[in-house]
Design a binder for this molecule. Sequence first.
Ligand code: ATP
Ligand code: MG
Length: 433
Amino acid sequence: MQNRTYTAEAEPGDEVTVAGWVHEIRDLGGIAFLILRDATGKIQVKFEKDEMDEDLVETGLGVSRESVVSVSGAVEEEPRAPTGVEITPESLEVLAPADPELPLDPSGKVDAEISTRLDNRTLDLRKEEVQAIFEIRAEILRAVREYFREVDCTEITTPKIVATGTEGGTELFPITYFGQEAFMNQSPQLFKQLMVGSNLERVFEIGPIFRAEEHNTPRHLNEATMIDFESAFIDHHEAMDVCEGTLKAAYQAVAENCEAQLSLLGYDDFEPLDESFPRLTYEEAIERVNATGEVDEQLVWGDDLSTEAEKALGEDIGSHYFVTDWPSEIKPFYIQDHDDDPDLSKGFDLMHPRMELVSGGQREHRYENLVAGFEQQGLDPEQFDYYTKMFRYGMPPHAGWAYGVERVVMTMLGLENIREAVLFPRDRQRLSP
Ligand code: ATP
Ligand code: MG
């Protein structure tokens, strides 16, 4: 739209055209206000009924809430207006009327169920606190990309339609690919590893992953956005440094650039992550869990950390923390084991006090060990020939990790449900919109 001014930029003394949604109409008798809302905020439009063109007053005050209008007029200072300025309209055009009956109330005065909100996400995002979540999500992605570039990573994108899964298993969505069975990819893991063997050396990807997990939880989606990192010539500790770096960059950027959004979400005291994340070995972690006395059953070496254990440990530590040196058995085949103790892997997880955020590790780059690992986990290395083959042609030592963007948004903002952090969630019940 030519010469359109955002409401936040309308200054007293300007002649402007603003455009947006009718947030509210307040009719006080002789005088009435139309509150117009756009991406940047709201502005008051004043109608003095006796002094203004009758048609203009009728159109402006007769329009239904959430209709799209454009208004041209002079901006004046008005201390009583919500933003300190108001527009006296010279003309008003209804660009798109809205039905008077709305499936949910974008002013937020009437609460809606999450399912109603997700069915009508367009209207839901007209609420400024919901809009704020997605502006913060975008800022996280921007900051993470920028950080990756600073540490010399090249952004890649890899196929989402694949012949075999990353780790086989039941988590795959099958599809038909020209009459042949194929799957939606559950992780870029194998592709990004193939790229550290190329001259790119150091790569990252931000893209969708698909998991046919049957369970319905507040922290799992069937389609999520994953941030993946992989680099040649580093070990798992250096990978953890990069991981910590991206998260700190994201928190820092949100603290610096999203003050208004944070405030809408009730965070007036949002803190960037300044402290180093503690790094506990798996063994230290289970000892610490057992010492809390908060778990029904004591953990023994080899157990995965249950949700209950994660919670107890999270409360005990109270910040992000890494758990390193997991038992090889509960980590995937592509994670390298310690040479002096094959039961111990160089895999790590990054935990937020509420839940797992990241899995990563030093990878197995030696062909023989890799193939043996496949067999140990009951996978057929033949099926992964496209992958294992490249390990015969010079695959450097490498390490990497991945985290879900939605979990970062969710834990950063204290959201109860991961569905709040994705525009159009895919879960057991939801395939549309
Ligand atoms: P969890 O144990 O929490 O189910 P995972 O160990 O199966 O996660 P990984 O395969 O390690 O997950 O994936 C790396 C990261 O991707 C996880 O730490 C998490 O941040 C994110 N992630 C994995 N699965 C999902 C999912 N279904 N929905 C949203 N995010 C996910
Ligand atoms: Mg994991």
